[in-house]
Design a protein around this ligand. Sequence first.
Ligand code: ZN
Length: 199
Amino acid sequence: MTVRDILQIGHPTLRQRAAPVVVDAITSSEIQNLITDLIDTMHSANGAGIAANQIGIPLRVAVMEVADNPRYPYKPTLPLTVVINPEITFLTPAQVDDPDGPETVVINEGCLSVPLRGDVTRQVNIAVHYDDAEGNLHEEIKRGLTAGTWQHECDHLDGVLFVDRVNDPTTLTTWDEFQINGRDAFIERITAFVERIGS
Ligand code: ZN
């Protein structure tokens, strides 16, 4: 088990576009050790996800997991997922058989590499394809906050941080101020959203 240091905003590797992993290399000890370190580091920091460039490795690998997360108590469960070379396609509500559903949602996001939270508009419905830790290709649809987590992690692999997508900088808060001033209203709104979308 290796808990790695997490790079903080300002470090150039966070701004680098990560390189694809050659599919035949996924089962190599280099990539398997990277996956283990990402999972250990995410667990240690109570993150909902972490991308390889956040620990200084500019490869297109990320992990996600949400299970009773104290940083994000409103997030629905997301089983441990290893994603390699992920691609996202935005879908319309009609494409997911929810024509009256929302196309976008404003999510108050945090990040292990940024000491602030802030409001980001994310797509509600996405199609993803990616290789897993064994090199098997997956094609799936993700919705709601889970889709938001996917967009956040895939942004990392392109050198993008959530602060780049904050349209209203006045929504930026420290975690302590969010607890006092933003948390209750956000949780009320986002809980209704999660119940509506089911994710
Ligand atoms: Zn992040």
